[in-house]
Design a protein. Structure first.
Length: 314
């Protein structure tokens, strides 16, 4: 039997998670309390499926069937009633998530697994309103953006959940084409975001020092480390290169690299100046509102092509 899914929050992550589960054959109920955002959910999912159809990932019939498996719920109770798995993707505020978990606990079936898409809030704190039995069926399932296309989902295994429940959730995500990572310790950022922040810190630092302009720093990453990372991970790269070599280079470079404990001053100056990236029209690059959508779709197409090559799709 296919598990039924409830998704709470219909923003970028929520509707993408819903689309991924529906494309994998699951019946999905999604609840978004904001009326304006709620009206955008189904069109956004339809647009995403259209892109996958154009790229040969989904057939037109399969896309239509997947869209038909997504239902907008009228309220929270309707979104979680009878559901086997409920995942929330609401704003990263502990109080909001605690209150939501308490409500879901009251409204969802006893067998339902509750999940949060957080990567920054501790699971133990979010679970405080829950009883012992529900805590055994509560976890973090952290998806990467855009959720429909990106393969990674980080799953918590922090000691509160029996192994068989974890395994069933992992199998469910793997069955829809995701690559799951078992996270054994509740650390801020989990795994992937911590690695990403380490890279970003040095990227921002190189620009701040005037070592190269933004385009060349970007090019060095894209056609150097990131080019290899699309094929394998850091540990295999280190083994290929020789751990003795990596140790020597580490001793030479790490002492002079950025070791800041807070966000880059360059980043903070841009934010203070209202230069937020695509949403404001300027960040590290200039973005024309007339073409930003096309540039994003081109980015998504490249991710899809990469997924095909890595056999995430098909």
């Amino acid at each position: 039997m296919r598990e039924t899914i409830g998704v709470i929050g219909g923003g970028t992550m929520g509707h993408g998670i819903a689309a991924a589960f529906a494309a994998g054959g699951h019946d999905v109920a999604i609840w978004e309390p904001d009326e304006g955002r709620r009206a955008l959910i189904l069109p956004a999912i339809r647009e995403a499926y259209t892109l996958l159809t154009e790229e040969g990932v989904l057939g037109a019939t399969d896309a239509a069937a997947a869209e038909g498996r997504v239902h907008l719920a009228g309220d929270l109770a309707a979104a979680v009633a009878g559901r086997d798995f409920v995942v929330e993707a609401i704003p990263e505020q502990l109080g909001l998530k605690q209150a939501l978990f308490a409500d879901i606990d009251r409204l969802a079936p006893a067998h339902a697994v509750l999940a949060s898409n957080t990567s920054s809030l501790p699971l133990a704190a979010m679970m405080e309103p829950l009883g012992v039995l529900r805590r055994e069926r509560t976890m973090v399932t952290h998806w990467y953006n855009p959720p429909l296309i990106m393969p990674l989902v980080e799953l918590s295994f922090f000691g509160n959940m029996p192994a068989d429940v974890y395994d069933s959730v992992s199998r469910m995500h793997e069955a829809i084409g995701k690559r799951t990572v078992k996270v054994l310790k509740d650390v801020p950022g989990l795994i992937a975001n911590r690695i990403q922040q380490a890279v970003a810190r040095e990227v921002f630092s190189l620009i701040e020092q005037g070592v190269a302009d933004t385009a060349d720093v970007e090019k060095a990453l894209m056609f150097g480390p990131a080019f290899r990372y699309a094929t394998t991970g850091q540990l295999e790269i280190a083994d290929f290169g020789g751990l003795d070599v990596w140790a020597v280079v580490g001793d030479a470079l790490l002492a002079v690299m950025d070791a800041s404990k807070e966000a880059s001053p360059l980043l903070k100056r841009k934010v203070a100046g209202g230069k937020l990236g695509v949403k404001s029209g300027e960040g590290f690059f200039t973005w024309d509102t007339a073409t930003a959508g096309d540039r994003r779709r081109d980015f998504l197409r490249r991710l899809i092509h990469q997924s095909k090559v890595s056999r995430t799709f098909g």
